[in-house]
Design a protein around this ligand. Structure first.
Ligand code: NI
Length: 135
């Protein structure tokens, strides 16, 4: 019997979407406001879903205190109030789109979880734009 438990988290971060090998015009055409050379911020909302069996001893799929702490260490401490392009090594050579951010978050969390648990993540970049990833 598989049950999914979910935890919401939040971080603020700045980014700029651009390719150095493109002209300013091309960057502007593809990335629009997100290509602003002076950066800009988003209030990212993260939802982490863990699916697994209920432990018959604890009645939990996963202790949410552990999940909360894991998200804090692996995501919030690394990304909250940071400039993703300049301060988070994973984005030094990767454009910090929501798509790339969610894959980075997945790869940070997955190795820390019980291998029998499935991980699925949703990341809101704005209230209306969000991405999902399950590996
Ligand atoms: Ni943006």
């Amino acid at each position: 019997m598989k049950v999914t438990v979910s935890r919401k988290a939040h971080f603020n971060a700045a980014h700029r979407l651009y390719r150095k090998d493109w002209s300013d015009e091309q960057n502007q055409a593809v990335y629009g406001k997100c290509s602003n050379p002076h950066y800009h911020g988003h209030n990212y909302e993260l939802i982490v879903h863990i699916t697994g069996d209920i432990d018959p001893e604890t009645g939990y799929v996963m202790d949410m205190k552990i999940l909360k702490n894991l998200i804090k260490i692996e995501v919030e401490d690394k990304m909250d109030h940071k400039n993703l392009n300049e301060e988070v090594p994973e984005f030094f050579d990767k454009i910090p789109t929501a798509e790339n951010i969610i894959v980075v978050i997945y790869d940070l969390l997955k190795p820390k979880l019980d291998p029998s648990h499935e991980l699925s993540i949703t990341l809101y970049e704005t209230p209306r734009n969000y991405v999902s990833y399950s590996g």
